[in-house]
Design a protein around this ligand. Structure first.
Ligand SMILES: [Zn+2]
Length: 510
C-alpha cells in the first residue's frame, strides 16, 4: 500500500498532513479505536475521509446535524467522490427507501444517531462490512445524549450490533470530564486518545459590559460601522436574531444581513448557509443552530449577544472565527442579569421533579389495575406540561426499566419505584452539572486575569501566547483593531482602485 502522504496528495491534493491527522489515521488504519480532539478548523474530516478511500469496507459517519451532512456530501461530490450518501429527514420517503436498499453500494454513509435506531437501516447495515464507525462531534454524546438526544447513548449497542468496527470518536472541544463521559458511554471498546490543544492564538477575546441590552444594539452598530468583515452574531432567542438583523438592515443599506434559527425551514437554512459561505452575506444573526461544521475560513468577528450555557459551546462558537489563521476577534456583550437567560434555558431542559412525581403516581395506579395498559404518551406531555425533550427523556427511562413497551403499553413492573428514584436522581444530577457548567462560563467572564489563559485552562496545560492581540484584560483595544476589510468595503475599494488605474493615464497626459 502506498504511504499515507501519497494518498493524501492523490485524493486531496495536500502535500502534508496537519497536526494530528497522520497519527490519528495511522492508528485507525491499524485497527485501533481512537478518541481524538482536534481544534475547530484543524481538518477533522480528513481523518475519516482519507481512510474511507483506503479501507475495504464501508465507513459510517454519525453526525448531529442535517446541515453538516449535506455540506460534507456536497463537498466530497465536488471532489469527484461519488460513493457517498446521507440518510436524513431531508430525504423524501422514496429517496430514503432507495438509499437504504442500496446502502451496500456506498463507501461513506452519513447519518444521525436517530437514524441508527431505525430497524430497517440497522438491519441493512448489519449485512454490510463496516470498517470504520465515526462519531463526529462526539462531545454531543455527553452534551446532548443525556436529555435531548438519548439515541446518542445507544451508539454503544449499535457498535456491538455491527460487530465492533474500528471506532473514531472525533470532537473539537472536550474537557477531560467530557472525554471520560464519552468513553464510558462507549464502554465496549478501548480507546487510544489523541488530544490536541484547542486554544486559538489568532483570536483576540473582548468582553464588553453594558448597562442595558439596548446598549448592545448600539455597540453592534458602532462595531459594524467601523468593520466590514464576515461576522456572526450569536443569540439564544430566535426572536432576537430577527429583531437585531432588522435593525442592522435598516441602519446599513450596503450590508447584506440575514437571520438564522431552527424555525426556518430546511431549504431556507441551507440557502442562508450557502450564501454566507459564498460571501454573499456580511452579517448573520443566528442561534447556536448555525455554525457547526460551517466551513468558512475567513470569519473575522464572532459576537455573543447572549451567553451560551457552557464554556465548551462558547469555545466552539468562538472557534469558527479565523480558521485561515488571520487576526480575528471574539466580542461578548453582557448586561446585568444576562445569566438568567442561560439559567432559564438549563431549567427548561429538564422536566420538573413535581411533574415527574405526578406522572409516576399515574403509572403506579395504572399498573396496579391491569398487567398491560395502553397509554398515549403525548397526552402526558399535555397533562404534565412536558416538552418534546422532556417526554423523550422520560420515555427513555421507562423503556430502559422495561415499564414502557413499544411506546404505548405500560407493563406492570416491580421496578416502577426504583425507576422513579433513578430518574429523580438523574434530574438532580444533571441540573447540578449544568449549573456548574454555567458557573464556569460566568466565572470566566468575571475573571480579572488574562482571558485566554483562563478560557482554555480546563482543557490543556500549555496555552500558546497570542499571535496578534490577546484580550481586553491584556490591553486589547477593539477599536484599534485593523483587519483587512471585506464585503462591500472591499468591493468599493476594488472599484476605486480600478477607477484610479483607469484615470491615472489621463492625469499624466494633462
Ligand atoms: Zn490576555
Amino acid at each position: 500500500m502506498e504511504n499515507l502522504e501519497n494518498s493524501l496528495e492523490r485524493y486531496f491534493s495536500y502535500k502534508t498532513f496537519r497536526t494530528g491527522q497522520k497519527e490519528i489515521i495511522s492508528d485507525i488504519m491499524a485497527g485501533q479505536h481512537v478518541l481524538a480532539t482536534l481544534p475547530t478548523g484543524a481538518g477533522k474530516s480528513i481523518c475519516y475521509q482519507l481512510p474511507a478511500l483506503l479501507v475495504k469496507g464501508g465507513v459510517i459517519v454519525v453526525t448531529p446535524l442535517l446541515s453538516l451532512m449535506e455540506d460534507q456530501v456536497k463537498q466530497m461530490k465536488q471532489r469527484g467522490y461519488s460513493h457517498i450518501t446521507s440518510l436524513n429527514t431531508f430525504n423524501t420517503e422514496q429517496e430514503r427507501l432507495t438509499i437504504i436498499r442500496n446502502l451496500h453500494k456506498y463507501k461513506l454513509i452519513f447519518l444521525s444517531p436517530e437514524m441508527l435506531q431505525n430497524q430497517n437501516v440497522l438491519k441493512k447495515l448489519m449485512l454490510i462490512d463496516i470498517s470504520l464507525f465515526v462519531i463526529d462531534e462526539a462531545h454531543c454524546i455527553s452534551q446532548w445524549g443525556h436529555e435531548f438526544r438519548p439515541d446518542y447513548l445507544k451508539l454503544n449497542n449499535v457498535i456491538v450490533d455491527l460487530k465492533y468496527p474500528t471506532i473514531l470518536a472525533l470532537t473539537a472541544t472536550a474537557t477531560p470530564d467530557v472525554q471520560k463521559d464519552v468513553i464510558s458511554q462507549l464502554a465496549s471498546v478501548k480507546f487510544k486518545k489523541h488530544i490536541y490543544p484547542m486554544d486559538r492564538d489568532n483570536i483576540a477575546l473582548y468582553v464588553k459590559q453594558v448597562d442595558h441590552h439596548h446598549e448592545k444594539d448600539r455597540f453592534i452598530i458602532a462595531v459594524l460601522e467601523r468593520y466590514n468583515v464576515p461576522t456572526m452574531i450569536y443569540f439564544s432567542s430566535k426572536k432576537e436574531t430577527e429583531r437585531v438583523a432588522s435593525i442592522i438592515n435598516q441602519r446599513f443599506d450596503q450590508l447584506n444581513v440575514a437571520y438564522y434559527h431552527g424555525d426556518l425551514d430546511t431549504s431556507d437554512r441551507l440557502l442562508i448557509q450557502q450564501q454566507f459561505m459564498e460571501n454573499q452575506l456580511d452579517v448573520i444573526c443566528c442561534t447556536s443552530a448555525f455554525g457547526m461544521g460551517i466551513n468558512k475560513s475567513d470569519i473575522r468577528l464572532i459576537i455573543h449577544y447572549h451567553l451560551p450555557t457552557q464554556l465548551e459551546s462558547f469555545i466552539q462558537e468562538v472557534g469558527r472565527a479565523g480558521r485561515d489563521q488571520l487576526e480575528s476577534v471574539s466580542i461578548t456583550l453582557i448586561s446585568p442579569n444576562d445569566h438568567q437567560i442561560p439559567q432559564r434555558l438549563i431549567e427548561s431542559e429538564l422536566p420538573s421533579l413535581e411533574s415527574v412525581e405526578m406522572l409516576w403516581s399515574e403509572i403506579e395506579l395504572l399498573s396496579q389495575s391491569k398487567l398491560t395498559v395502553k397509554v398515549d404518551t403525548n397526552e402526558w406531555a399535555q397533562r404534565y406540561n412536558f416538552s418534546e425533550v422532556h417526554l423523550r427523556f422520560i420515555k427513555n427511562f421507562l423503556e430502559a426499566y422495561g415499564i414502557l413497551k413499544y411506546n404505548k403499553y405500560i407493563v406492570s413492573h416491580s421496578s416502577i419505584h426504583e425507576a422513579k428514584i433513578a430518574i429523580i436522581n438523574k434530574i438532580k444530577e444533571r441540573s447540578r452539572y449544568k449549573k456548574h457548567k454555567l458557573n464556569e462560563l460566568l466565572n470566566w467572564l468575571a475573571t480579572s486575569g488574562c482571558r485566554r489563559q483562563r478560557l482554555y485552562a480546563k482543557f490543556q496545560s500549555h496555552i500558546s501566547p497570542a499571535k496578534y492581540q490577546c484580550c481586553d484584560r491584556c490591553g486589547f483595544d477593539l477599536f484599534q483593531w485593523q483587519p483587512k476589510q471585506s464585503g462591500y468595503r472591499q468591493r468599493i475599494n476594488d472599484y476605486l482602485s480600478q477607477l484610479k488605474s483607469v484615470m491615472i493615464p489621463f492625469n499624466e497626459d494633462e
